[in-house]
Write a protein that binds this ligand. Structure first.
Ligand code: CDP
Ligand code: MG
Length: 743
């Protein structure tokens, strides 16, 4: 303990390893596809300005502003100031000098690969340039831009709407799962890659898009990888559609090659040098190391904001709390107490950013730091390339990220904290040098970087369950998945496993063709297991309840909160939802129903330590699911007391996720046996029922099942007879004995 305290006083020992200088790369500049036309931008701008002025007949805006008696003068001045700043910002982006070249390149080629440093303006500017160049002139035609992450899609659309000066959802809009913020007027639409994939179901030729930009291609998310194959195909029979594949890394040849050697347009980056610092020794506890490093930078380093890469929401929340407490403590210590050794720390504004953070809080990361203080952004991977935050000078990189991992043999998918790749580490470091020279503190050793990190991240398609995507492709009529044009094909075993799982769920028949049930399942923007659960509720006459459960499960893990100073009260309140230990799914339903019975009251949420924002989101999702149910002609039957029936619906979708209690108190999954445990946050964590069905697995210190219900084993045979045989599940111990008796 003592040692640790000393450590914190002393600070961590960083070895200054090497310095990477990032400078404007003249070499790259010369390789743009089109010759840089020598027309000077300022010339053409002043020309445009003149024509614009000539067109105006009445008093011009400038005249109104100059005329102090004009009632609009003051407001216009403020507005104009803001507009001017935005215009100036746009022009200062590295991409701006290449605007006309880029437009020309798009006119000349159907597909181009665009490469540019994060923050050069690709995402915010290119769709606008395309719009300005007239690519969306015709009515009902728009420009699309996909993003791997919902937060990025929303935040970028917000920014661009600001730049354009329109209300979000008018000319500039976005569309993410369960949230469509677009209108007939929308000309530039940002969306998640998953949403575009769904749009293919309704519009297989993407007729309403004249330009489609697949952004952040280097991220190689599952959906982006599938989109590659689909848009490539569309480009063949729609010669007029333009495809822009944009990426932050310089490894663009692979994309180019895949898209039949499409030309590469490089936007030279502007970066300042970034010093890379490593720790001398490996850090045992990186969370602790993060706190110390942030405080150390805050106390000793010149002005500039800090960006910390965390693995997920839990980590971010824990760090936020610790940092706030520590800064407050330092501010309240009396200088005399410790002989003035510890300094009072200046204000530190801690800003979290992660995918499920409520929209209104997301914009906070873009607000400037306080005059005398500093901003510290705690972000997930999202800040690696999807979001650019200006003013970051210090990056702290613990070297981890949360990744999906999938074992096709056992069919188990889980989220695992894994070391990042070298490529990721370089991207992260780059975030420090965007607006001035910066520093990147790697909380691991130089040796570890060289020897322990993989050079590149494995594309998601090779480490995830493909059930969802296979169902979608089958619905698009793509039957031969083995020969689908994947940039990097998924392992054959994973594909087979997905087909097998969809067959077990009843979505495919034994010839691998989509069944009626499968077609219905594909209507829902949910995982096949959840879709199946929802559809099964029609049979058990509890559609209303199961829709609630599905909506609540789709909101992520942000429903309950536990403030540190009121943990007991919060736990007590949360426990009340587990009436009769029925399981987590039903507890979630109880939360929703009680909230609904209180007229969706905010006060109720406050009293029960439930996040009001998440509840509103759940309500939205629920409303949409109900509409989708109507579309597939399922009536909203309801029976709040049908606990067993609700559980049977969940079992219909999740029989795959079934585990049985062992003598030693752990669980074993029934098919492809593996040891798992009930997550401590579950209402069943102490009950340890004999048979459970779980929603998902998370791996922290061990494999945990999150969100569990107790089931009766005979349901498995009743509900999934083609998957479970009675002897396998040993209903009351007899079956097993019978099996052992020689025939
Ligand atoms: O896509 P790329 O990384 O090339 O850059 P971008 O996302 O288009 O960002 C260009 C500029 O817009 C950066 O200076 C960002 O800071 C700014 N931006 C912003 O202020 N607010 C956002 N929500 C998104 C971008
Ligand atoms: Mg971008």
């Amino acid at each position: 303990k003592k040692n640790k305290e000393q450590d914190e006083k002393r600070g961590y020992d960083y070895v200054f390893e090497d310095q990477i200088a990032f400078v404007v790369d003249e070499q790259i500049k010369g390789t743009n596809v089109s010759d840089s036309s020598s027309s000077s931008d300022s010339d053409s701008d002043s020309q445009r300005e003149k024509t614009r002025r000539r067109r105006r007949r009445n008093k011009t805006t400038q005249e109104k502003i100059d005329d102090e008696n004009d009632p609009d003068s003051k407001a216009l001045r403020g507005e104009l100031g803001a507009r001017k700043k935005i215009e100036a910002d746009r022009r200062s982006l590295p991409i701006y000098p290449y605007r006309d070249d880029l437009i020309k390149a798009v006119e000349d080629h159907q597909t181009i690969v665009i490469v540019g440093e994060t923050g050069s303006g690709k995402t915010t500017q290119i769709p606008q340039y395309m719009w300005e160049a007239g690519f969306a002139k015709e009515e009902g035609v728009r420009i699309g831009c996909t993003q791997p992450r919902r937060v990025a899609a929303m935040s970028v659309a917000t920014r661009v709407a600001d730049e354009v000066g329109c209300k979000l959802g008018n000319e500039i809009g976005y569309s993410i799962r369960f949230e469509d913020c677009t209108s007939d007027k929308t000309k530039v639409k940002y969306m998640t890659d998953g949403m575009l994939l769904r749009e293919f179901l309704g519009e297989p030729d993407l007729k309403s898009y004249s330009v489609m930009m697949v952004d952040e291609a280097h991220e190689r998310t599952l959906h982006t990888d599938v989109l590659f194959g689909l848009v490539k195909d569309i480009a063949r029979f729609r010669p007029e559609i333009k495809l822009l594949i944009s990426s932050a890394t310089l490894d663009a040849e692979k994309f180019s090659e895949y898209f039949d050697f499409a030309p590469i347009f490089r936007i030279p980056g502007r970066r300042y040098p970034v010093d890379i610092l490593y720790t001398k020794q490996p850090e045992a506890d990186y969370m602790d190391a993060v706190v110390v490093s942030v405080l150390q930078i805050h106390a000793q380093e010149p002005k500039g904001d800090i960006l910390v890469f965390c693995t997920g929401q839990e980590e971010i929340e824990a760090l936020e709390e610790t940092l706030n407490t520590r800064v407050k403590q330092s501010q309240s210590t009396n200088d005399d107490e410790d002989g003035g050794r510890s300094k009072r720390l200046a204000e530190l504004v801690v800003c979290p950013i992660y995918a499920s953070l409520p929209t209104d809080l997301q914009q906070k990361i873009f607000e400037p730091a306080p005059e005398k203080g500093r901003k510290c952004v705690l972000a997930t991977n999202i800040a690696e390339t999807s979001l650019t935050i200006d003013g970051i000078k210090y990056v702290i990189d613990p070297g981890f990220c949360k990744q999906k991992s999938y074992n096709p043999r056992s069919g188990m998918e889980s989220l695992v904290v894994t070391p990042t790749s070298q490529a990721s580490a370089m991207q992260r470091a780059g975030r420090a040098g965007r607006t001035s020279a910066g520093k990147c503190y790697r909380l691991y050793t130089a040796w570890s970087f060289q020897n322990e990190l993989d050079p590149n991240t494995v594309p998601e398609i090779q480490r995830t369950n493909l059930g969802n995507v296979v169902l979608m492709l089958k619905s698009l009529g793509i039957n031969d998945l083995m020969h689908f044009d994947f940039m990097d094909p998924p392992p054959a075993e994973t594909l087979l496993r997905a087909l097998e799982q969809l067959y077990a769920l009843g979505a495919l028949n034994d010839r691998g063709e989509l069944t009626k049930l499968g077609r219905r399942m594909a209507e829902f923007p949910l995982d096949p297991m959840l879709s199946k659960t929802l559809i099964a509720s029609d049979k058990y006459k509890c559609v209303d309840e199961v829709a609630t459960v599905c909506a609540m499960l789709s909101c992520g893990n942000t429903i309950f909160y536990r403030p540190k100073e009121k943990q007991l009260l919060a736990d007590h309140a949360h426990k009340a939802f587990h009436v009769g230990d029925v399981g987590d799914h039903l507890a979630l339903m109880n939360v929703f129903n009680s909230w609904q019975d209180c007229d969706y009251s905010t006060q109720w949420c406050f009293e029960n330590f439930v996040q009001h924002r998440t509840m509103k989101q759940a309500r939205d999702i629920r409303d949409q699911l109900v509409k989708m149910l109507e579309r597939v002609e399922i009536d909203l039957s309801s029976d709040r007391n049908a606990v067993d029936n609700i559980k049977k619906c969940i079992t219909s979708g999740f029989f795959y996720h079934c585990a049985k209690l062992q003598r030693n108190g752990s669980y074993r999954t029934v098919k492809n046996p593996q040891t798992v445990s009930i997550h401590p946050s579950s209402g069943l964590a102490k009950e340890l029922p004999k048979w459970v069905v779980y929603f998902e697995l998370v791996f922290t210190s061990k494999e945990y099942m999150r969100q569990c219900i107790e089931i009766q084993p005979k349901w498995l045979v009743e509900i999934a007879p083609h998957y479970y045989q009675s002897r396998e599940i040993d209903i009351d111990g007899d079956a097993q004995k019978q099996k052992r008796t020689p025939a």
